[in-house]
Write a protein that binds this ligand. Structure first.
Ligand code: GTP
Length: 286
């Protein structure tokens, strides 16, 4: 009987050490996928602790080899074993939870991203612009937006074909995004039109930023390789921009967009490659 007890006691200790060793694997998965920082370091520390615990289990086993013959002596090995199972469960659950969170994040990102341009889509734009108008009115902060529309984009499609047109739209969106500040929100409004939301920005400043953007678009030489890699096309686009700022008599975001749209219409009417600021109805050409 005492031999059997000893067999089980030692078995629990060694099985516990094995389970702890297995519990290091989920930690290694988390460690390799996490960005460098405090959380990653904390998981590394936990891994080191587990290795120390394995050492402790083995030391306990070596000290008590052949001596765990009473029923009472079973309690520590049983606690060792289930403690190790607990650690394995927590680590495995952490990896699965992290994976789920990443999947949810990816889905959320896909839900708000335009698949062609890689910037925010119309769904996100509608929600965000209405939130920004509400926030700006509540806290009496300035807000401006502008609508950017590529000039004669139909010609790009007609001359080079739709796939090249798509590539131009993608590059154009990235160019706009990279020319603006991190805090500015760039979204596809439809077709070849983008809306840029500038939180906490007066429309005069918005018009300056729009002018800077117009210039960088006009100066940018785009080189697009054809889909089959036969030849590349170089093109220089221009864009017209309508700017509008939030004022007392604007009741909601649709009015703000309408004003920016009217300004854009004027920019097109006045010859394109132009910024028109709705409030002052002034056009600027550099
Ligand atoms: N390749 C491609 N073309 C698109 C997409 N969405 C809209 N377009 C094209 O964008 C063009 C817009 O044409 P118009 O509205 O006439 O405007 P425009 O030629 O840019 O002329 P202006 O705006 O007046 O300077 C159309 O030819 C559409 O087919 C898209 O996702 N991909």
């Amino acid at each position: 009987m005492s031999n059997l007890i000893n067999f089980f006691a030692e078995g629990f200790i060694l099985a516990g050490a094995l389970v702890l060793a297995i519990a290091i694997y989920p930690i290694s998965l988390l460690y390799t996928r996490l960005p460098t920082g405090k959380i990653r370091n904390a998981w590394f520390f936990l891994g080191v602790l587990i290795v120390a615990f394995i050492g402790g289990y083995i030391a306990y086993w070596l000290q008590h080899q052949g001596k765990l013959v009473h029923v009472d002596a079973l309690s520590v090995p049983v606690i060792f074993f289930f403690g190790a199972v607990f650690v394995l469960l927590v680590n495995t659950l952490s990896v699965k939870t992290a994976r789920d969170i990443r999947q949810i994040y990816t889905l959320q990102q896909e839900n708000i991203t335009d698949p062609l341009m890689g910037i925010f889509n119309r769904r996100y734009l509608d929600k965000r612009i209405s939130d920004e108008v509400w926030r700006s009115k509540k806290y009496r902060q300035p807000l401006s937006i502008f609508i950017v529309d590529i000039d004669h984009f139909k010609q790009v499609n007609d001359t080079y074909g739709h796939p090249i047109g798509d590539e131009v739209l993608k590059r154009f969106a990235q160019l706009v995004k990279n020319s603006l500040r991190e805090s500015d929100i760039v979204a596809r409004y439809g077709g070849e039109e983008l809306i840029v939301i500038l939180p906490r920005t007066k429309s005069e400043r918005g018009a300056q930023l729009a002018e800077r953007l117009r210039l960088s678009i006009a100066e940018h030489l785009m080189e697009i390789a054809s889909q089959c890699g036969e030849k590349s096309h170089e093109m220089q686009l221009t864009a017209s921009i309508g700017v509008a700022g939030l004022t007392h008599n604007i009741v909601d975001h649709t009015c703000l967009i309408e004003r920016a749209d009217q300004a854009l219409y004027q920019a097109k009417q006045q010859g394109r490659n132009l910024v028109v600021h709705h409030q002052e109805q002034q056009s600027q050409r550099v």
